[in-house]
Write a new protein. Structure first.
Length: 189
């Protein structure tokens, strides 16, 4: 069972590399951001709640996200593993994930930390906002997302180091070079 947490600041390439990892290793993909954006598009109650937080660059409450994750995980039958993209984002979420996997006789195999300088993150996200119109890709909201990342999410780096699961990935360069580094890291496990 290959359970990968793909980690990094907004714009670090989690979604981009997840797609490639899914194709290469044949595992399932959970992106909490994608789930929430789909709910917003459908106009559900969850979507309305999510929009309020996403537009402000804030995290949704842990309980809400943990429930979404648990039901998505249950929907994967005979899975070879999962890539968790955008989850966990807080220590409480990491603890919940550990418990959920343990209940299924599993654990996180590795946490891949895509490390990208802040200036590059801003450049990538502004460009994506211009091209795709993603609502939270504007300068003001990106700055808020980065503050939230540093205060609430980055502490997970030490948390996963303590778990012995942390792997640093240099996230600057071509998508192919970064992917090759990820594959080499995962194949060494
Ligand atoms: P989410 O959708 O998870 O957004 P994010 O973490 O801000 O990440 P992004 O999707 O912006 O970036 P990414 O790292 O996936 O990079 P990507 O591959 O797209 O979350 C959105 C919001 O939902 C949160 O702010 C929060 O409100 C809520 N939320 C989600 N999960 C939550 C949770 N667990 N708890 C609470 N709230 C939650 O790449 C970015 C761009 O760069 C793309 O255009 C791409 O083409 C380009 N790019 C990628 N790699 C490279 C490269 N090597 N060189 C040049 N460009 C590149």
């Amino acid at each position: 069972m290959l359970n990968i947490v793909i980690f990094g600041a907004p714009g670090s390439g989690k979604g981009t590399q997840s797609e490639r990892i899914v194709e290469k290793f044949g595992i399932n993909h959970i992106s909490t951001g994608d789930v929430l954006r789909a709910e917003i598009k459908k106009g559900t109650e969850l979507g309305k709640t999510a929009k309020g937080y996403i537009d402000q660059g804030q995290l949704l409450p842990d309980e809400l996200i943990i429930d979404i994750l648990a039901s998505t995980l249950d929907s994967f039958k005979e899975s070879k593993g999962v890539i968790f993209d955008g989850f966990p984002r807080t220590i409480a979420q990491a603890e919940a994930l550990k418990k959920m996997l343990a209940e299924r006789g599993q654990e996180v195999s590795v946490m891949l930390d895509l490390d990208v300088p802040e200036e590059e993150l801003m450049t990538r996200l502004i460009k994506r906002g211009q091209e795709s119109g993603r609502a939270d890709d504007n300068e003001e909201t990106i700055k808020k997302r980065l503050v939230v990342y540093h205060s609430q999410t980055a502490p997970l780096i030490d948390w996963y180091k303590n778990e012995g699961k942390y792997q640093h990935i240099h996230g600057l360069g071509t998508m192919d070079a970064i992917f090759a580094d990820i594959v080499a890291t995962v194949e060494k496990l």
